[in-house]
Design a protein around this ligand. Structure first.
Ligand SMILES: [Zn+2]
Length: 227
């Protein structure tokens, strides 16, 4: 059985890749260079794919920098920095990339259909990032329906499933699962800033650090500051 795994190179998608492999899937990895502020994530995605001996790793260029109001792809909007993880997720943050998961799943769906895959794995999480509308269960259910009616595979009775194994997990649960599966967390990169070390103050760093702490584990990635 084959599957496409969306691999950004962060903690979540790397854990999901490890999970898909543990379930026996032959994996095609898909990474998208969508105009992120830095290429650290993509370097991590390559290293993780290499670690797992993924032969088919597709890296796509898709310039989303025209989405000017997102801090992740626009140089005009700063990545918010905080002192703690408190209050994260209470509103849609400026790091939201408009329609990102719709775009990513569409790209993955084409690849999945081409490869004869039966599922797309995505490391979306609805707990810590409740502010992102395209990380909610109802979005993924709706998108499965799109794939059922809008692809050859779907019409012929082989609809592509969307697998979201960490959707309802806390960050600590994700760290525990990653550890259990032996995922190479030292190769991952979650920081929104692309400096030498992870910044330790962006929302992504703070949630990751909190997850490791709650799981009683040490994050192998070096940080500039740890709050
Ligand atoms: Zn950071």
């Amino acid at each position: 059985m084959k599957a496409v795994v969306l691999l950004s190179g962060g903690l979540d998608s790397t854990t999901v890749l490890a999970y898909a492999l543990s379930q026996g899937y032959e994996v095609t990895a898909l990474s998208v260079r969508y105009g992120q502020r830095h290429s650290r994530e993509l370097d991590s995605a390559r290293a993780v794919a290499k670690h797992y001996g993924i032969k088919n790793h597709v890296v796509l260029d898709l310039d989303l920098s025209y989405l000017r109001n997102s801090a992740l792809v626009s140089k005009e909007v700063d990545v918010p920095m905080r002192d703690s993880a408190e209050g994260i997720g209470s509103e849609i943050p400026v790091t939201y990339v408009p329609a990102r998961n719709i775009l990513m799943l569409s790209l993955a769906a084409g690849l999945c259909e081409t490869e004869g895959g039966e599922a797309i794995f995505i490391g979306a999480n609805a707990v810590d990032y409740s502010g992102y509308p395209d990380c909610r269960p109802e979005f993924f259910h709706a998108f499965e329906e799109v794939l059922r009616v809008g692809t050859k595979a779907g019409v012929e009775g082989r609809p592509i499933r969307i697998e979201t194994p960490i959707l309802r997990m806390s960050k600590a649960d994700i760290v525990r699962l990653a550890k259990k599966l032996g995922a190479p967390l030292e190769l991952t990169w979650s920081c929104y800033n692309g400096k030498e070390k992870a910044c330790g103050r962006c929302e992504s760093c703070l949630l990751r650090l909190k997850g490791f702490e709650e799981a009683g584990e040490t994050d192998p990635v070096p940080y500039e500051v740890v709050a």
